[in-house]
Design a protein around this ligand. Structure first.
Ligand SMILES: Cc1cc2nc3c(=O)[nH]c(=O)nc-3n(C[C@H](O)[C@H](O)[C@H](O)COP(=O)(O)O)c2cc1C
Length: 209
């Protein structure tokens, strides 16, 4: 078992996945890590859909691709590399994003993270009750040698996607985690400097620690 800090430092978005099946026992371990997460009031309104049905995945991939063509692709083409990246690395990220877009449905398993919101619209605070579970699952997948990526782009067509998943009234999807064995290797994440994002006591005051 790799050290937790090592796992965190190497849990990159793994967008190129093999179509080889993932054993159900591993999917279960990932899900068990998910439900270890905290949720507001410990209400655990999260619900997880494990999707292997190609027809369902294809229906949602079409929406995912449409969002790429209309919004995400042009945005990538016109933006600068983020902190900790550089033009070459950013170009590789863009290529991987495009690859996942075209091959989304080929990931052998999707974990669709949903929540029973009832009459409340999905919001910042409702999201805060499911994304800790998402990160736990990403870390667990990494620890098991599985690749994944937190994806939310389908939410640009949320109603259509939720209908494709057969979600009942009051249940919304918050993320799709495509899961599979990675084609490439895990490697260090690229991020900006701590000094640029941490302040002491008041906004803008350098943190000396
Ligand atoms: C809220 C959120 C939504 C994201 N949605 C998508 C997505 O729809 N498709 C995708 O390929 N990556 C998506 N990502 C992954 C990010 O692009 C990725 O985490 C970021 O580029 C860092 O990648 P790295 O860990 O490989 O450095 C999302 C990440 C977050 C946190």
């Amino acid at each position: 078992m790799v050290d937790l800090f090592e796992i965190m430092a190497t849990t990159r978005a793994m967008r190129r996945l093999k179509s080889d099946p993932v054993p159900d026992a591993l999917v279960r371990k990932v899900l068990e890590a998910g439900v270890c997460a905290p949720s507001g009031g410990n209400y655990q309104k999260w619900r997880f859909l494990v999707v292997k049905d190609m027809a369902v995945k294809q229906a949602v991939q079409k929406l995912y691709k449409r969002a790429y063509d209309e919004v995400i692709g042009p945005r990538y083409a016109g933006s600068a590399p983020p902190p900790g990246s550089d033009p070459a690395r950013y170009a590789r990220q863009h290529a991987a994003v495009e690859y996942l877009t075209d091959h989304f449905h080929e990931a052998p398993v999707w974990i669709v993270v949903c929540q029973e919101d009832g009459t409340a619209a999905p919001s910042r605070s409702s999201g805060a009750s499911v994304y800790p579970a998402v990160q736990n699952m990403l870390l667990a997948a990494r620890a098991l040698g599985l690749g994944s990526t937190l994806t939310t782009r389908h939410m640009m067509f949320a109603a259509e996607a939720d209908a494709a998943f057969g979600l009942p009234e009051g249940v919304h999807s918050y993320a799709i985690l495509p899961l599979g064995y990675p084609m490439g290797k895990f490697g260090p994440v690229g991020r900006g400097r701590l000094e640029d994002v941490v302040f002491a006591d008041r906004w803008g005051v350098p943190y000396p620690g």
